[in-house]
Design a binder for this molecule. Sequence first.
Ligand SMILES: [Zn+2]
Length: 74
Amino acid sequence: MGELRKRRLEFLGIYHSHPHWLDINEPSPKDIALACSSEAIYFIVTPRPYAITPIRAFSIREGRVLELEIRVLR
Ligand SMILES: [Zn+2]
């Protein structure tokens, strides 16, 4: 967090990938159990070519999962 402040960057969230799961980039039971920040957005990436949803975003609060919409602004 100190490095973010020093670089004047904004904390947006935490990401990880599910490289061994076929296009299932949604929080696993372990992801939900280990979610440590109710403020963070959890991005889960599927690094497979042609994935229908290569990046998904979730809010995880007190064990409840809510998928968030990702909009790409150009
Ligand atoms: Zn995961």
